[in-house]
Design a protein around this ligand. Structure first.
Ligand SMILES: *Cc1c(COP(=O)(O)O)cnc(C)c1O
Length: 411
């Protein structure tokens, strides 16, 4: 079975991340193209009936139908897996589709999940709402208190789900500690690595079994496509996820895969440059008289700064901060001041998206976290005076001036 395999790029065995990001994929076609080809085709032809039969029976690895096999998509999968340090990867139509595939592939009615309460809002809705309907129960626990995860474990816990750093507070969870809790209970740990990408953090090296990506964010990096991926061992991908993909079809289009594939080539330099700008902007904000508090993992004032230094190689491009307002002034004025800072910008894009070369600014309490009650928001630490900036690649001095336009009058 499977003795005929799709060939691999001939790379030396010890090449490093930046080389894999540019070179891993598939061998080029007989035409010798240097830039990877975009295979926009729904199906693939076979030389004869017997070969077609062998391919459909999985006796020969080959491209069959783009719902589950396509060369451009496979190039992206192999490249991302290599960068994450996992054996395999399966691309999906969106980041949320990767989480859908994760749960459909691994869990059944009666199973239990432990998940951070600080994960992406749609992840909470998918787990608690949609999968709750199908009898998969989820307990939501603290992002940072490992003992809460331990206490939430049940005999039927099959999956732990974390996302680090979190949005918008950049809270860090301890991947190694969560992997130990999972493995002691014969459960698996999944980590949503959207904010750092493999350029800054490789959860598999810290014990995570499954890595989730929204390719929409830093992997594409220029805000062009919706894409997702799930990285894991070959056994999990082939046995648990490919069969679900084959029948459920949350497939990534080859065009979107190609955009992400080419985005991966510049991921590392983008992440380093955007993180460096974000840190400098965070330090400048910390010194600004109209700013009460700043959140960025590379600031010494960050509550999990030491942990961040251990498991990330840079702080990431997201900075959140609270606009100062008089103690007794209340939430309405705090919101008005935050809105004034947003509305004074002339460069930043006012959008809740992130992971773009264009810097974005958003007021989480009225956008990404607008559907929560004020009580839930305060429990999550998201106040009316808080703004989130996802730093892109514009000149840092121009970004400071853009924020100063709204902040200086409040000082
Ligand atoms: C955006 C995002 C997702 C969802 O990804 P889509 O590609 O928008 O479906 C999941 N997790 C995190 C952390 C995200 O930021």
């Amino acid at each position: 079975m499977n003795d005929k395999k799709i060939p691999r790029v001939d790379l030396p065995p010890d090449v490093r991340l930046d080389t894999l990001a540019v070179r891993e994929g598939l061998p080029n076609s007989p035409w010798g193209e240097n830039s990877e080809a975009l295979f926009l085709t729904s199906s693939f032809v076979h030389p004869d009936a017997a070969t077609a039969a062998a391919r459909f029976a999985n006796e020969e690895e080959a491209f069959v139908y783009t719902r589950f096999t396509n060369p451009t998509v496979m190039m992206m999968e192999r490249r991302l897996a290599a960068m994450e340090g996992t054996e395999a990867c399966i691309a999906t139509s969106s980041g949320m589709a990767a989480i859908l595939l994760l749960v459909m592939g691994l869990l059944k009615a009666g199973d239990h999940v432990v998940c951070s309460q600080s994960v992406f809002g749609s992840t909470i809705k998918l787990l608690a709402g949609e999968f709750g309907k199908f009898g998969v129960e989820t307990s939501f626990v603290s992002q940072t208190d490992v003992s809460e995860w331990r206490k939430a474990m049940k005999p039927n816990t099959k999956l732990l789900f974390a996302e680090t750093p979190s949005n918008p507070l950049t809270e860090i969870c301890d991947i190694r500690a969560l992997a130990d809790i999972a493995h002691n209970a014969s459960a698996l740990l999944a980590v949503d690595n959207c904010f750092c990408s493999p350029a800054l953090q490789q959860p598999a090296k810290l014990g995570a079994d499954l890595i989730i990506h929204s390719g929409t964010k830093y992997l594409d990096g220029q805000g062009r496509v919706i894409a997702g991926a799930l990285c894991a061992s070959e056994a999990l991908v082939n046995d648990k996820f490919v069969p679900v993909m084959r029948s459920a079809g949350m497939s990534l289009s080859p065009f979107n895969a190609w955009v992400v594939l080419k985005g991966l080539e510049t991921l590392s330099i983008r992440m380093q440059a955007q993180s460096a700008r974000a840190l400098q902007l965070a330090q400048w904000l910390e010194a600004h008289p109209a700013v009460e508090r700043v959140y960025h993992p590379w600031l010494a004032s960050h509550p999990q700064h030491e942990l961040a230094l251990r498991q990330q190689s840079a702080g990431g491009a997201v900075v959140s901060f609270v606009v100062r307002s008089q103690q007794a002034a209340g939430a309405a004025l705090a919101r008005r001041n935050a809105f004034a800072v947003v509305d004074a910008t002339r460069i930043c894009s006012i959008t809740a998206n992130l992971g773009d070369t264009k810097t974005t600014i958003t007021h989480p309490a009225s956008t990404s976290h607008g559907r929560l009650t004020e009580e839930q928001r305060l429990a999550a630490g998201i106040t009316q005076g808080m703004l989130r900036v996802a730093v892109g690649l514009e000149d840092l001095e121009d970004l400071k001036a853009d924020l100063a336009r709204g902040l200086d009058p409040l000082a």
